[in-house]
Design a protein around this ligand. Structure first.
Ligand code: C2O
Ligand code: CU
Ligand code: CU
Length: 538
């Protein structure tokens, strides 16, 4: 069936932009493969090449901003292009959206119909939202191919960057990897005030950066090996907003970047560096659950799968013609304990490479150094609004009462486990009283790897980190061992091997009857493998 030419043009534009999904990926695939399979020395000398304009979501199209308002939106989970990619698609007011950024106001009534046009069951989960079980999309109910499901819920969260992604147990990783996910931008008065004060405009000076890694295969294929299932599925190229090797032209002013790590397994150690190689500090202004009370100056931060970081970056000191790189710095991935040893292996293989290449990393590993995005300074701004001292009014959480709930993360009999258990959809090993405020003590064994632990339905606070690995030491900013990213509302927290992390969760909720939520690792291979427990709030 021939498409009307406008629609066709649009589609071609989108497919072009999503180069990694289509034929344009082939060139990169070759380059990345060469880099990945040769010695790390080659990676270091690969000249950075950022030749594709970053996809910046504006009106419609890929990641386009779709204001939900109070209308019913029909989302369809569908194949995208002919290369194995998937997307949530919708058409509103004769505009097409692919993985739209759903824009809502706190208090909005959201009504979404999800249709499944794929050949496997799916369900959408609204990650980070305060929501009842019936609308949470936790995987108990699936949408079969050709069927639909209706969601209806009120947006109860404060402003923040949340997201939505598939959650069919055992098949989440493959669907998410193939591109089936999108952002949810919740706005409230504080958020709009901040934008006014800083003169930020979405799509211009406020830009989401969705980071994820891909294996440069055409078609896009998810076929995890036993080792991938153990460590997670790592790609060999990094995409930012689905764009490989991206650059963004900026003016020498302040920008807000709202970063989501949408990778299945990869952890980023995010930083910025100037064209002379010097690290460039920036401000952390928000975390998973919205704005911090005040900005925190940082030089780097770890961002695990599903975590978000809201950043202010000031390009004002840079000269026109210069550039800044968004990079992931080298770190110890701490997977070594479980890695099957091969005699030919050199001790530091799979660990950090010394210098950034442009988004090409060796697959099967984490912790390499690479640059992901180049900001090119193209002009100067006329005005420079002052930074507000206070970003948001503190939301005080009642102090936890009673005993700590221990949660141990470990590996046994071929599976990653929480308290020695794997997921059982008929069991609720954690039962919480609905009015309770609890402390959870999440302890990761030494012979483990980092796990990004996520709780559905609630935002929590990190209250303490203990026995953290040495590489966190430079990032610790208070006497309780916390990091800058621990000081806001969180729904996902990274727990390193040997580390203990205490979180406080307020389980009050407004929903009638018992509710079931999930607590799981957001390394999607671990989640699909059953590193997940049901939590009943009764
Ligand atoms: Cu973002 Cu249960 O997940
Ligand atoms: Cu979630
Ligand atoms: Cu895990």
């Amino acid at each position: 069936m021939p498409l009307p030419s406008r629609t066709r043009r649009r589609l071609l534009r989108h497919l072009g932009t999503l180069g990694a999904l289509g034929a344009t990926a082939a060139g990169m695939a070759g380059a990345a493969r060469t880099a990945a399979t040769s010695a790390s020395a080659d990676l270091c000398t690969t000249p950075p090449r950022f030749d594709t304009p970053l996809l910046v979501p504006r009106g419609d199209g890929v990641m386009g901003r779709l204001t939900l308002g109070n209308r019913r939106v029909a989302l369809r989970a569908a194949p995208y292009g002919n290369h194995g990619a998937l997307a949530f698609v919708t058409r509103v007011d004769r505009r097409d959206y692919f993985d739209p950024t759903l824009v809502a106001r706190t208090g909005d009534s959201v009504r979404i119909t999800l249709a499944n046009s794929m050949d496997e069951p799916t369900i959408a989960h609204w990650h980070g939202l305060t929501i009842d079980t019936a609308n949470d999309g936790n995987g108990d109910v699936l949408v079969a191919p050709g069927r639909t499901i209706d969601y209806a819920f009120t947006v109860r969260n404060r402003a923040g960057l949340y997201w939505y992604h598939p959650h069919p147990h055992g098949a989440t990783a493959g669907q998410a990897y193939r591109g089936l996910f999108g952002l949810i931008a919740v706005e409230d008065d504080e958020e709009l005030a901040l934008r006014r004060t800083l003169q930020l405009a979405p799509g211009e000076t406020e830009i989401p950066l969705v980071l994820h890694d891909r294996r440069s295969t055409t078609p896009l294929q998810y076929a995890a090996s036993v080792e991938d299932l153990l460590h997670g599925w790592y790609g060999d190229e990094i995409l930012v907003n689905f764009t490989p090797r991206p650059f963004l032209d900026v003016t020498a002013r302040r920008y807000r970047f709202r970063v989501l790590n949408a990778s299945n397994a990869r952890i980023f150690r995010l930083g910025l560096s100037r064209d002379n190689g010097a690290p460039m500090p920036f401000l952390l202004i928000g975390t998973d659950g919205g704005l911090l009370e005040e900005p925190i100056a940082v030089t780097e931060l770890f961002l695990a799968p599903a975590e978000r970081a809201d950043l202010l970056v000031d390009f004002v000191d840079l000269s026109v013609g210069g550039f800044v790189l968004l990079e992931s710095r080298a770190f110890d991935p701490m997977h070594a304990e479980l890695r099957p040893r091969r005699s030919s292996e050199s001790p530091d293989e799979g660990h950090a490479h010394a210098a950034p290449a442009n988004g090409a990393v060796s697959s099967g590993s984490d912790g390499g150094a690479f640059a992901m995005l180049q900001f090119r300074i193209r002009g100067r701004a006329e005005t420079r609004p002052p930074l507000p001292a206070r970003l948001s009014v503190p939301v005080v959480q009642p102090a936890p009462g009673g005993d700590e709930r221990p949660l141990r993360l470990g590996f046994a009999k071929g599976r990653w486990r929480i308290n020695d258990r794997v997921y059982d959809m008929n069991a609720t090993p954690i039962v919480v009283a609905r009015a309770a405020v609890e402390t959870w003590l999440i302890r990761n064994y030494h012979s483990s790897m980092p796990h990004a632990m996520h709780l559905h339905g609630f935002q929590f606070r990190v209250i303490e980190r203990e026995t953290s690995p040495e590489q966190l030491a430079p990032l610790v900013i208070d006497a309780r061992g916390r990091l800058a990213t621990d000081l806001g509302w969180k729904d996902t927290v990274l727990v390193w091997p040997g580390e203990s992390v205490r979180i406080a969760i307020d389980f009050r909720h407004p929903f009638a009857g018992d509710q079931i939520y999930l607590f799981h690792c957001h390394n999607l291979e671990h989640e699909d493998g059953g590193m997940m427990l049901r939590v009943k709030v009764a």
